[in-house]
Design a binder for this molecule. Structure first.
Ligand SMILES: Cc1ncc(COP(=O)(O)O)c(C=O)c1O
Length: 393
């Protein structure tokens, strides 16, 4: 029978029926250690008891309230989220459902800010080569990778790209007459786990401030504690104007968010933007648990410690197939001398009664991307690393 799914994904030959902590299980009971967190979504692992309880309790009470009405749960989540992002100047939030949708909202806010403050035709958004911002037409337009663009034009007008680190190119691209916003990831995830150099992004932030161009941080993959600070941009001396979050924000329930600082917090007016499921109460109840759990200093310090342990262990192997290890916190790339995808496949198909499988991601042809759930134990980390070493051998 022909597959009912469209051909969009290269799916590995395994189907999971349940999860617990850092482990997933297939119908035959085989175990798989999760070094991927569902691409940075299951940050608290699988079936985390307080998250399960919050979702179940909320679903039993009320699972959707449309945005005609108030919701105490959505408000509590929004307040906690804004408070978590207040250290970098965030003041208000719009709740959406996905990363791409959050980025679309951020682009709209940047464009309206520019229109209101500076008049028409100052609407361009500059982003970085190698970036990834989502799959809708506008989020794709912002994505600086040709491979995702082919076949889908025409794109949303008004996007251009600069190479990360090239200050002269940025100075030319960010002209104060046509540009509304500069969009970056503090650590490019899909682009190979590449962190922005502090000197570059701090100078870029000054340039944006001088020219009143909004600075947008897409923290959809690298935010929410993954690098060891609540937002990855906290590592730099700057204040973004807009921040987008999604993925792990509700630990596995779809949610997205655009946060705005002083300049842009009051730009959107009634009727300017909206989303049927944005601020959904089940997602909000789950998001509250994620924020309460993750945004605590000792929890964030553990992410840093585990990430350092992971990186130093892989480096310590001095394995001939490992070319480079990089990352921050629990977002780590390992460049290997072979293609990543066949290794990901072997890591799953090796699962048997005695050997667990290992779930990892790729980021480009020769790069393994490792994003373990934050709650992974030291013993599990060590076990996963031994499985990886076995796969490389
Ligand atoms: C940095 C970044 N931005 C945006 C997106 C798009 O998010 P979503 O798939 O939820 O639309 C992703 C997804 O991988 C991402 O990594």
């Amino acid at each position: 029978m022909a597959d009912v799914f469209m051909n969009t994904y290269h799916r590995l030959p395994v189907s999971f029926v349940r999860g617990e902590g850092a482990w997933l299980f297939d119908a035959g009971g085989k175990k798989y250690l999760d070094f991927s967190s569902g691409i940075a979504v299951n940050c608290l692992g699988h079936a985390y008891p307080p998250l399960v309880k919050a979702i179940a309790d909320q679903a039993a009470r009320l699972n959707h309230v449309c945005n005609y009405y108030q919701s105490d749960v959505a408000r509590a989540f929004a307040e906690k989220l804004v408070a978590a992002c207040a250290p970098v100047g965030m003041r208000r939030v719009f709740l959406a459902n996905s990363g791409a949708e959050a980025n679309e909202g951020a682009v709209k806010i940047a464009r309206k800010y520019s229109l209101v403050k500076h008049g028409a035709n100052r609407h361009r958004i500059v982003s970085l080569r190698g970036s990834f911002h989502g799959r809708t037409i506008t989020a794709l337009s912002a994505t600086g990778q040709d491979v995702f663009h082919k076949d889908f034009g025409p794109f949303t007008e008004g996007f251009s790209y600069v190479p990360a680190g090239d200050m002269e190119a940025l100075d030319r691209a960010l002209d104060g007459d046509t540009v509304a916003g500069f969009l970056v990831e503090a650590v490019q995830g899909e682009g190979g786990v590449r962190a922005l150099e502090p000197e570059y992004i701090e100078r870029a932030a000054r340039l944006c401030a001088e020219r009143d161009i909004l600075l947008l941080f897409d923290e959809i993959q690298c935010g929410l504690g993954r690098t060891g600070t609540f937002l990855a941009c906290e590592a730099y001396k700057l204040k973004p104007d807009l921040v987008t979050l999604a993925k792990g924000l509700a630990g596995g329930i779809p949610v997205g968010a655009v946060l705005a600082g002083e300049k842009a917090a009051d730009i959107l007016q009634t009727g300017d933007h909206g989303s049927t499921f944005g601020g959904n109460v089940v997602a909000a109840a789950a998001g509250l648990v994620v924020l309460e759990t993750v945004n605590r200093k000792p929890f964030l310090e553990e992410i840093v410690r585990k990430g350092e342990k992971l990186q130093s262990t892989v480096r310590g192997w001095k394995h001939p197939k490992v070319q480079e290890v990089r990352g921050r916190g629990l977002i780590i790339a390992v460049d290997i001398e072979e293609e990543a995808w066949p290794l990901l496949e072997r890591a799953v198909t090796m699962a048997g009664a005695a050997t667990p499988g290992l779930l990892m991601l790729s980021a480009g042809k020769n790069t393994l991307r490792i994003l373990p759930p934050y709650i992974i134990s030291d013993a599990e980390l060590e076990q996963g690393l031994e499985l990886l070493r076995g796969l490389l051998n």
